[in-house]
Design a protein around this ligand. Structure first.
Ligand SMILES: CC(C)(COP(=O)(O)OP(=O)(O)OC[C@H]1O[C@@H](n2cnc3c(N)ncnc32)[C@H](O)[C@@H]1OP(=O)(O)O)[C@@H](O)C(=O)NCCC(=O)NCCS
Length: 178
């Protein structure tokens, strides 16, 4: 199956909204508003257009990924820039065909090219370790809310990028987490 990954364009917004909505429709751990989060993030300072990617099979958009800027804040309030992966979504009928994997790998590659050193995510412990994600706890990094340790994960895009970074993730206000 030929999967193409490209930067999202304005003309894709409506399709991506519907795609994200459908991808999360049956997800138990979802509040089913991920498509609205994407809309808020696109209009925020955290948005990096090059890290908003769609996956196409033929002419059809079947997947979407967004990495947005976050901060990791340590005890002395020093901030390190990082990225949050939220969301990654594939249309139900195209899941399990490697689309998610291609989106994640392409987003990592692009983020690295842009000079980002790490990515943080909240996700299923059965999926992300295959891409190199580890428990954030191992790095002394926490999310600003209660979540099982195994679901809070990070990856160093550049080896050692998190070596001197411990602290709590600070999400942009568009995430609605205070
Ligand atoms: C998670 C998601 C993006 C993965 O995309 P995909 O294209 O189906 O994934 P791939 O084809 O690359 O990989 C398939 C593998 O992922 C696993 N997988 C998919 N969703 C999973 C989940 N929620 N938990 C654990 N494993 C999962 C499949 O079991 C399969 O495993 P295998 O390779 O060992 O058989 C997609 O299933 C999706 O959109 N899910 C609904 C939205 C969601 O939960 N997004 C993630 C939270 S932000």
């Amino acid at each position: 199956m030929n999967i193409t990954i490209r930067k999202e364009e304005k003309k894709d917004y409506k399709l991506v909204f519907n795609l994200v909505q459908r991808a999360f429709e049956k997800e138990l751990m979802s509040d089913h508003t991920e498509q609205e989060l994407v809309e808020r993030l696109r209009n925020s300072e955290a948005f990096v257009p090059e890290l908003s990617l769609v996956a196409e099979i033929g002419e059809q958009i079947v997947g979407y990924i967004l990495l947005s800027k976050i901060k990791i804040v340590n005890k002395t309030l020093e901030e390190t820039e990082s990225l949050a992966m939220a969301p990654v979504a594939v249309l139900p009928e195209f899941q399990g065909k490697g689309v998610g994997a291609r989106l994640i790998e392409s987003a990592h590659e692009k983020a690295k090219e842009l000079g980002f050193g790490s990515v943080v995510l909240l996700g299923h412990e059965g999926y992300y370790p295959r891409f190199g994600y580890e428990m954030a706890k191992n790095y002394g990094i926490r999310l600003p809310f209660e979540v099982p340790d195994e679901n809070c994960m990070v990856i160093e895009l550049v080896k050692g990028a998190l070596q001197h970074t411990k602290g709590i993730v600070k999400y942009p206000k568009e995430f609605g987490i205070e």
